[in-house]
Ligand binder design. Structure first.
Ligand code: ADP
Ligand code: NA
Length: 330
């Protein structure tokens, strides 16, 4: 039996990923790549929908690829490639733009939020078309499963609508993908602001743990994490969001239940919990950081891997694109 096709990706929008990306995406991908024919992309075309420094973008793209690999995405089992290396993404996105309603695209809540924040003059047509480019990413590979966070659900729903619309207008061309929402338990919050999501693009980085931070920096951030005055190591998302977040990170990275951590730290202070977490975080990310450095120290090999994988991706994508062009009359 052939494995079902899976697609996911991340933007190279910073020089390091943050631990929410690792826990919410990479850990899950690593597991899923065993049972699926997985395509994992570094979506640099999406990244330029907001202003980027060209040299930094190129560097961050390679660093993101190195982090995928160091975190356990196997570039010989999965197809791990850079979006812009496969021209078909932009080409199919254009076709999908022509079957997407202006009102339909205007209803995307992520666009509404981002454009409101940026103001009309800084908001590009590219940002508006972000969801149709994402639809192209997914549909080019005849993807069955798209594992994403809740915040991407609307974009995958749009992708399904566009696939079905194209198929009914022009004839069967695209697989209509399923949304696979990643469990909320895997959501990591900012250490300084534990009711908002940890993010690469957070305004302040004081509460963001980067995969590639030096251990001393990470330790300081964890020891300074916001908790509460109650003192009990108890998981209570609503009333003790800071402690709940520390317990979530600890539990996922150590592979133990939250309950067993509550038992282990019963009657001890937050200082002990944080020290324990510092150890676990170092145990997870020290080897990843070293592996990333090795990969970056051999740029020719990394480029070779990315080129081979882009070729693999293009051979699938171009087949779908050719059918889509033909159906439309191009
Ligand atoms: P960021 O906000 O860091 O730029 P993205 O929105 O680009 O992250 O998301 C990249 C991937 O990482 C997605 O699969 C998303 O669900 C996951 N992710 C991002 N932040 C978190 C978080 N704080 N907790 C869990 N998963 C996250
Ligand atoms: Na982001």
């Amino acid at each position: 039996m052939t494995k079902s096709r899976l697609y996911s990706g991340m933007q190279p929008s910073a020089d390091s990923l943050q631990i929410g990306n690792y826990i919410g995406a990479l850990l899950n991908w690593k597991e899923l790549q065993q049972s699926h024919d997985a395509f994992f992309s570094i979506v640099d075309l999406h990244a330029i929908t907001v202003a980027q420094d060209p040299a930094k973008l190129r560097e961050n793209t390679r660093r993101t690829a190195a982090q995928y690999i160091a975190a356990g995405i196997d570039p010989s089992a999965s197809t791990l490639y850079v979006q812009s290396h496969v021209a078909a993404h932009a080409q199919l996105a254009w076709i999908l733009n022509t079957i997407t309603g202006f009102g339909e695209a205007s209803r995307m809540t992520q666009f509404k939020d981002k454009s409101l924040k940026q103001g009309a003059d800084a908001t590009t047509v590219g940002l508006f078309a972000y969801p149709t480019l994402m639809a192209a990413d997914i549909l080019l590979y005849q993807t069955s499963i798209v594992p994403v966070g809740e915040d991407q659900r609307q974009h995958v729903e749009l992708t399904r609508d566009l696939a079905a619309r194209f198929n009914s207008r022009f004839g069967d061309t695209f697989t209509v993908p399923e949304v696979a929402i990643v469990k909320e338990t895997a959501k990591i919050y900012d250490l300084q602001n534990p009711t908002s999501k940890m993010s690469k693009s957070a305004e302040s980085h004081a509460g963001v743990i980067w995969l590639l931070d030096e251990p001393g920096v990470t330790k300081k951030k964890i020891m300074r994490a916001v908790t509460d005055a109650d003192g009990g190591v108890v998981f209570d998302r609503e009333n003790k969001p800071g402690v709940a977040n520390l317990l979530t990170i600890y539990s996922v990275l150590a592979g133990v239940s939250v309950q067993s951590l509550e038992d282990e730290y019963a009657g001890r202070g937050y200082g002990d919990l944080k020290k324990g977490l510092v150890e676990v975080v170092a145990g997870t990310f020290d080897p990843i950081r070293l592996r990333v450095q090795e990969l970056l120290d051999d740029p020719a090999e990394l480029d070779r891997l990315l080129a081979v994988n882009a070729e693999k991706a293009a051979s699938v994508a171009n087949e779908t694109l050719a059918v889509a062009y033909d159906r439309v009359g191009l």
